[in-house]
Design a binder for this molecule. Structure first.
Ligand SMILES: [Zn+2]
Length: 268
């Protein structure tokens, strides 16, 4: 009996020790400044990062460290993974969560293609299964990897005021998925109410679908009319890249996203 309790105590002790060591490792990553090389890549590749408020810059660097420690990057179609690729993608992904407690807990892999890539899509139509190959610039799997085209990820970061950013888009899907379903309703911020989010996004989505069907120009990309989850992802792209336009045209969507991310890019 005494041996049993001794083994139990040893097991519990090992678990506690592992928990503390992981916690300390995480604290170290979050508080550590980026290396000079990584900082130079960040400044060159992701211009939006130099516009964020001073008090968020250290947080961003810490979260990029954590991301690079957690996520393995794999090059596809012969692409060699460089620090440029890792830091650029990590920085864009971390910008979304720089000021909130949201984290990409389930993410361990990012696959990167040199350019647009082919992806197999399966549609179930009654008894018929239709398979087709489509060309994509990014893809986000539920509880799984993010797949990106490097040339589009790089361009998206360089043009940071056109409202299009494939990395923001795919990582918005990852954030959405943390709630258990990729349905356009992420886990909300501490000051948010589901009823308010649903009212704002329902109204904005229905209006968006009508405008797109009539062929009108919209600040949120027309692709958002594909479904709630796409509407959320393209809204996130615009929130960071054309915040003033989004705030003017869809003030309530802007406000909800601002509460979700605890950020106000219109002031950057
Ligand atoms: Zn999407």
């Amino acid at each position: 009996m005494a041996v049993f309790f001794f083994v139990m105590a040893l097991g519990v002790f090992a678990l506690i020790a592992r928990y503390w060591s992981n916690r300390q490792r995480l604290q170290r990553l979050l508080s550590q400044p980026m290396s000079a090389d990584h900082r130079a890549i960040l400044a060159e590749q992701v211009p939006i990062a130099s516009r964020i408020p001073i008090d968020l810059r250290d947080k961003l660097e810490g979260k990029i460290n954590r991301f690079l420690d957690q996520v393995r990057f794999t090059g596809c179609n012969g692409l060699e993974i460089t620090d440029e690729i890792r830091v650029s993608i990590a920085a864009q992904a971390c910008l979304l969560v720089v000021n909130s407690d949201t984290w990409y807990d389930n993410l361990t892999t990012v696959l990167v293609y040199p350019g647009a890539f082919k992806s197999r899509q399966t549609q179930h139509n009654g008894y018929v299964v239709i398979e087709r190959e489509i060309v994509r610039t990014g893809e986000s799997w539920s509880r799984g990897p993010v797949i990106l085209s490097w040339s589009h990820s790089q361009q998206g970061a360089a043009n940071d005021a056109d409202g299009h950013n494939v990395v923001f888009h795919e990582f918005a899907h990852q954030i959405d998925d943390l709630s258990g379903r990729t349905d356009g309703v992420p886990n909300l911020g501490p000051k948010q109410k589901f009823s308010e989010w649903a009212r704002v996004f329902d109204t904005a989505y229905n209006k968006h679908v009508q405008l797109v069907q009539k062929g009108h120009a919209t600040v949120i990309d027309a692709y958002g009319a594909e479904g709630y989850e796409e509407f959320f992802a393209v809204s996130v792209e615009v929130f960071f890249e054309r915040p003033t336009s989004l705030k003017r045209e869809e003030p309530e969507v802007y406000q909800q996203l601002s509460m979700l991310f605890q950020l106000d890019p219109s002031s950057w």
